[in-house]
Ligand binder design. Structure first.
Ligand SMILES: [Zn+2]
Length: 147
């Protein structure tokens, strides 16, 4: 049976999840919290790198700033879109005021910018606030996309 590497949203432990697993309960082997938690994760350097490089599932990164109005307006849509992709797409966030080096490293110079990664590689990006539907369609396309 095929298994996927999924980084725990709570402790960044790498878990192997069977593809066919029933989705009601999937707990982290390290911290025992749910791997199905879809709340977008506020990342620091360490968790950002763990998520983009260790996940077999696609990862969306919202580069935002708390003082950017379009960013704040998009936040609930980002959360809603994330809620329908448990174990399929991981949604994370980088506060660019706290981590400007990460934004610089990825050439982010407009906010919000949302960047999609798969197996550590950037697939595509948008530099504008996106609706829930747009984020959902993008997520579906990332799941289908092969490297
Ligand atoms: Zn964990």
């Amino acid at each position: 049976m095929e298994s996927l590497k999924v980084v725990c949203p709570h402790c960044q432990a790498i878990n192997r999840v069977e593809n066919e697993v029933a989705k009601e309960v999937v707990l982290c082997s390290s911290c025992q919290k749910s791997l199905l938690d879809t709340t977008p994760i506020e990342c620091d350097y360490e968790s950002f790198h763990a998520h983009i490089s260790e996940n077999d599932i696609p990862v969306l990164v919202d580069f935002y700033s708390p003082d950017c109005a379009p960013c704040m307006k998009m936040a609930p849509d980002y959360e809603k879109a994330a809620s329908t992709f448990a174990l399929e797409v991981r949604f994370i966030k980088i506060n660019t005021l706290d981590y400007p080096e990460i934004a610089r490293q990825y050439g982010v110079n407009a906010l919000p910018t949302i960047v999609a990664f798969k197996n550590g590689r950037e697939m595509n990006r948008f530099s504008s606030a996106l609706s829930k539907d747009h984020l959902s369609m993008w997520s579906e396309s990332l799941i289908q996309m092969t490297l």
